[in-house]
Design a binder for this molecule. Sequence first.
Ligand code: FAD
Length: 307
Amino acid sequence: MYDLIIIGAGPAGVSAGIYASRQKLNILILSKDLGGQVAKKAVDIENYPGFEKISGPDLVDLYKKQLLANELEVSIEEVMSIKKDGHFFVTTKSGKVFESVAVIATSGAKSKLINVPGEGEFSGKGVSYCSLCDGPVFKNKAVAVIGGGNNGFESALFLSNYVKSVTILEYGDKVNADAENQELVAHNKNIKVITNAKVLRIEGKVFVNAIFYQDRVSEKEVKLDVAGVFVEIGYSPATAFLGDLVELNDKQEIITSAETLETKTLGLFSAGDCNVSRYKQIVMASGQGALAALSAYQYIKRNKASL
Ligand SMILES: Cc1cc2nc3c(=O)[nH]c(=O)nc-3n(C[C@H](O)[C@H](O)[C@H](O)COP(=O)(O)OP(=O)(O)OC[C@H]3O[C@@H](n4cnc5c(N)ncnc54)[C@H](O)[C@@H]3O)c2cc1C
């Protein structure tokens, strides 16, 4: 029986673990891996305070050291479901059931893929899923943004601070970004919007040098010479295993109290990219992990004896 189970060991889970261990809680971290999206980061991280530049794997090594220093270990397990009956009962794929007073879900999210030839080959070599992270690398170059929703438009606006030109490619016959973003883009000479664009493939040598799309009206194939392709068609949060213990928005992100990060189920907290949040970044996931841990500590202190 644990005081706290943390699900996920990306920035939010690691930060939650560090903060919870300093409250002398008895903690179990269950995760499919250590590092989450950070472990998969091919280009250096340049926007995390304290590090002018650090690679994803180097940051994960520091996570490992800090977890050890706080006497924390990550049990590599995939959580399949959770039940609450006074305490929480967390079931993993290997069939084990773990019991705790409180739970923090920090299971993150994955960017949706466009699934065209060249996407996988050039991922981290011109194909990016995070303009805030990788935008500055494309200084003075031409780039394409796939997706005409708010994510795509906001990425294009951010990228236009650095790059020579941005072309937004939207599959539908109109864009979905809100009116304010549309107006900002319309007034930005570096950004062009193309609707009815079905992306066909991404090409390059070592790095991306072109994206091809079909104009769905004329059915003609069009080539754009670009050094970067930003895929901004949304995220898939890992929240299904929480069942009806949490309330989700239409993107399947967990809705929490802003003050405590507690979900609709008392004692179940959530932090990081799996939550409703406009910007998915390491610094924000880490901050939320700390807040969720301190909130969980208050819950455990109040309820442990009576549950
Ligand atoms: C290519 C790329 C580059 C990026 N670059 C930057 C950058 O430069 N700067 C920046 O600030 N941000 C960057 N980001 C975004 C940043 O990585 C995320 O915002 C951050 O990792 C979110 O942290 P998290 O802990 O909420 O989730 P994640 O990092 O997604 O971690 C979730 C964890 O939960 C585990 N998990 C999921 N489901 C289960 C389950 N059922 N059972 C057990 N474990 C589970 C996963 O295995 C993982 O360990 C980048 C993202 C990507 C993909």
